[in-house]
Ligand binder design. Structure first.
Ligand code: FAD
Length: 374
C-alpha cells in the first residue's frame, strides 16, 4: 500500500517572517502551504536594514548572498545637531558582517524566489478567518477573494500575519503594551544632499528625532516625529520628488504567549516596536528560524517542541522590545528636558566603548544568543 501524503504545515502570512519560515522548513524537506490575504506582494520599502544575524541565518540558502549583492553595506552612523556632525560611529571591523541596506519589498522578493525554487508558491487572495485546534490537528477557515470559504486541516500552524494577527486573536492571546502619542512621518524622497550615502544619519532636532538613510539613486528614507521634519534636514539637504509617504504610530507590545498547542506566533504577530534599532523584520526572520527547528521535531513526534518555541522566544521578544522602547524614549526628543539631556549626552555616550558596543550589538541583532533549544 502506498504511504499517504503528509498534510502540509500551514503558514499564515507571506511577509518576511512567513516567507522565511517556509524557506527554512522547505530546506528541511517539510511540506508547507503559505497563504496571504493580499493579492500582490508588498511594493513599499518599509524595513531597510537586513542585520548580520539575519544574514547568518539566510547564509545556507542563496538569499544572504543575493541580499549582499543587491543591497549596500552600511558603513557607519552619524549624529547631527543643526548642520553640524556631532558624533559618528564606524561600523567597519566592529561586526562580523556589515548590515545591508535593501528595501523590504526586495528582501521579500528574494525570499520568495528561493522558496519557488523548492516548488512552493504563496497562495494569494486567501485569508484566514478562524481557527480551532484539538489534540490531533488544527482546522482553519479560509476565505478566497470571491468570498467563498473552505476548511482545511494542518498538523501545525505558524501565525506570521502581522500586527493585527487573526491567528493571535483566534488563540485569545493578549497583546499588552503601550503606545507613543505622536504621529511619526515617513518619506522616501529624492534629496539634493552632501550627506554620506554609505552611512545612516540621525538628527538631534530641537523638537524631536530625525532619521535619514540612502535607499537608491539619490532617494532617501526620512523618518521624523517633529513638527516639519523635511524642513529641518541636516547639511542643507533639499527635498525633491516624494516617491512614498506614510505616517505611523509607535507601539511596544509583546504577545502574552508565543505558542498555544499546535499553533505558534512569529514576527509582528508576536511583537511590535519602534523602527529604531531596525529589529522588526529581523526579529521575525529569527522567529522563523527557531520555529522551523521546533516544528521539524514536533512533526516527528516531539510535540512539546511547540511549547519550547514559546519558552525560547518570549524572553527574547520581551528583552528586545524593552530595550528598543528604552532607546526610543531616550532618542525621541520629548519632552523638552529629555531632549536637552539627549542632545547633550548622546554624542558623548557613543564615544564610550562599552555603550557603543551595546548599541552596535543591538543594531546587529547580536544582543542575545541564537538558541533553538532550551
Ligand atoms: C515604515 C516602516 C519602517 C520600518 N523599518 C524597519 C527597519 O528599518 N528594520 C526592521 O527590521 N523593521 C522595520 N519595520 C518593521 C517591518 O516592516 C515589520 O516588522 C515586518 O514587515 C514584519 O514582518 P511580518 O512578516 O511579521 O509581518 P508583515 O510584513 O506585516 O506581513 C504579514 C502578512 O500577513 C498577511 N495577512 C494578514 N492577515 C492575514 C490573514 N488573516 N490571512 C492571510 N494573510 C494575512 C498580510 O497581507 C501580510 O502580507 C518597519 C515598518 C514600517 C511600517
Amino acid at each position: 500500500m502506498a504511504a499517504s501524503t503528509p498534510v502540509p504545515l500551514m503558514i499564515v502570512g507571506a511577509g518576511p517572517t512567513g516567507l522565511s519560515a517556509a524557506l527554512f522548513l522547505a530546506r528541511r524537506g517539510v511540506p508547507v502551504r503559505i497563504i496571504d490575504a493580499a493579492m500582490q506582494p508588498t511594493t513599499t520599502s518599509k524595513a531597510l536594514l537586513v542585520n548580520p544575524r539575519s544574514l547568518e541565518m539566510l547564509k545556507e540558502s542563496s538569499v544572504a548572498a543575493r541580499i549582499i549583492a543587491e543591497g549596500w553595506a552600511v558603513k557607519g552612523m552619524a549624529m547631527h545637531r543643526g548642520n553640524r556632525e556631532v558624533a559618528s560611529v564606524d561600523l567597519q571591523h566592529q561586526m562580523p558582517q556589515l548590515p545591508i541596506g535593501l528595501a523590504q519589498a526586495r528582501t521579500e522578493a528574494l525570499l520568495n524566489d528561493a522558496l519557488e525554487a523548492f516548488g512552493i508558491h504563496v497562495e494569494r487572495g486567501l485569508s484566514l478567518q478562524a481557527l480551532q485546534q484539538d489534540a490531533e490537528q488544527v482546522t482553519l477557515t479560509l476565505q478566497q477573494a470571491d468570498g467563498s470559504t473552505q476548511m482545511v486541516q494542518a498538523p501545525l500552524v505558524f501565525g506570521a500575519d502581522g500586527a493585527r494577527s487573526v491567528v493571535r486573536h483566534a488563540l485569545g492571546v493578549d497583546f499588552a503594551g503601550s503606545a507613543l502619542p505622536e504621529p511619526w512621518l515617513l518619506w522616501d524622497v529624492r534629496l539634493d544632499t552632501s550627506l554620506d550615502p554609505l552611512r545612516a544619519h540621525i538628527g538631534l532636532q530641537p523638537d524631536g528625532f530625525l532619521f535619514l538613510m540612502h535607499l537608491q539613486a539619490g532617494i532617501w528614507r526620512v523618518i521624523g516625529n517633529g513638527a516639519d521634519p523635511l524642513a529641518q534636514l541636516p547639511c542643507g539637504s533639499v527635498p525633491g520628488e516624494v516617491m512614498w509617504q506614510s505616517q505611523f504610530h509607535i507601539a511596544h507590545r509583546v504577545a502574552g504567549k508565543a505558542s498555544v498547542g499546535r499553533v505558534a506566533l512569529g514576527g509582528d504577530a508576536a511583537h511590535i516596536h519602534s523602527p529604531l534599532g531596525a529589529r522588526g523584520m529581523n526579529l521575525g526572520i529569527e522567529d522563523a528560524y527557531v520555529f522551523a527547528d521546533c516544528a521539524f521535531d514536533a512533526l516527528n513526534g516531539s510535540l512539546e517542541r511547540m511549547q519550547e518555541y514559546a519558552e525560547l522566544r518570549q524572553p527574547v521578544h520581551r528583552e528586545v522590545v524593552r530595550n528598543i522602547a528604552a532607546l526610543t524614549r531616550l532618542m525621541r526628543g520629548r519632552p523638552a528636558p529629555l531632549c536637552w539631556l539627549r542632545n547633550t549626552l548622546m554624542p558623548e555616550l557613543v564615544k564610550v566603548a562599552p555603550l557603543r558596543h551595546r548599541l552596535l550589538q543591538t543594531m546587529a541583532g547580536l544582543d542575545h544568543p541564537l538558541r533553538t533549544r532550551l
